[in-house]
Design a protein around this ligand. Structure first.
Ligand SMILES: [Zn+2]
Length: 125
């Protein structure tokens, strides 16, 4: 259910940007998902196919980029990517770390087809 609302949100943003760019069709949607996010790729794709129907985004390819969680050391302030077997700060060895990123889900970029001049409008020669 969560995926439906975020997918609608992504579609609205993509359509707005495509219209502002003068696009006639959206070819690809590049999405970023944090490793700690509960978003499921397949659910987003499922809802996307339904809600994008009849829009210029219909048939667009969804690409998902997973980014690792980011931890921040409370002792020295060092930020580092979460590795699965070690939570300790690589700078000072402290285990007093907090999560500062990794639950993101956002639209990174879109690829569109721009409107082409109508055939016959270009004067010969
Ligand atoms: Zn540290």
């Amino acid at each position: 259910m969560h995926e439906l609302s975020v997918t609608q949100n992504i579609l609205e943003i993509a359509l707005r940007h495509a219209q502002e760019a003068g696009a006639v069709r959206i070819r690809e949607i590049n999405l970023v998902i944090g490793e700690l996010s509960s978003i499921v790729d397949d659910s987003v794709q499922f809802y996307w196919d339904i809600i994008s129907e009849g829009t210029m985004a219909q048939g667009a390819i969804l690409r998902f980029e997973r980014i690792p969680a980011t931890l921040r050391c409370r002792e020295c302030g060092h930020e580092f990517a979460l590795s699965r077997d070690d939570y300790a700060c690589p700078a000072c060895g402290s285990f007093a770390v907090g999560v500062v990123g990794g639950d993101e889900f956002y639209l990174e970029s879109i690829e569109v087809d721009l409107a082409q001049p109508q055939p016959g409008q270009v004067a010969p020669g």
